[in-house]
Design a protein around this ligand. Sequence first.
Ligand code: SAM
Length: 234
Amino acid sequence: MLYIVPTPIGNLQDITLRALDVLKSADYILCEDTRQSGKLLSAYGISAKTLRYNENDSSAVSRLLEVLKSGKNCALVSDAGTPCVSDPGWRLVKAAREAGVKVTALPGPTAAACALSGAGFGGGGFTFLGFMPRKPGKILKMIKAALALERPVIIYESPYRIVKLLGIIKAGIGPDVKAAAARELSKTFEEYIIGTVSEVAENLSARKKILGEFVLILAPSGAENLTEEDNEED
Ligand code: SAM
């Protein structure tokens, strides 16, 4: 059986009792990075055998599939948050399903949902884009298409590129798009910077150093007036 197990995005306490049970009882824990997952496992005294899962190595996927087919229970984790959400995992999930191996995904932490719930940008649907492509033209095409759906748009970004991304949005879509940049979620220095794209960019540019990973949420114009009923009627 393949268990997909979300792990904390910062605060080690953000793990469910069920996730801990599954990790403790698994024959193998399949990790994006065994050293990274080792920190969580040792914090909870879990000594199950870890194996590295490299999504880009097709022979690794077939090797792990053989382990699963032999009847072993495997728990798939990524470095943080939910596997397969801007993280490795889907190739193994697909292969397992195709091979008739039972798959179950546990609910748990994901930065997108955490930031959306904390930003106050509407409580209905949303569009999750994950990481942006590198080319400004492609970025704008994706964001414009997403904003046209009139739901908050959720983007993942690193501290090294966040200001550049905000600049691209400001120039290509407009300085007044409402935005929330959520950084260091669940950690000591958690912060939401909320304002127009222009204001958020200015705030971050004024810092000596930009630290932490970011979730950027863009609100379509009129988002304040969105209600859950709007979503239901659609
Ligand atoms: N699978 C993860 C999830 O479920 O959210 C996402 C992994 S992806 C490789 C890493 C990105 O998620 C970061 O670049 C950032 O955009 C976002 N992220 C993860 N942890 C975060 C945190 N504590 N605060 C803000 N953003 C975070």
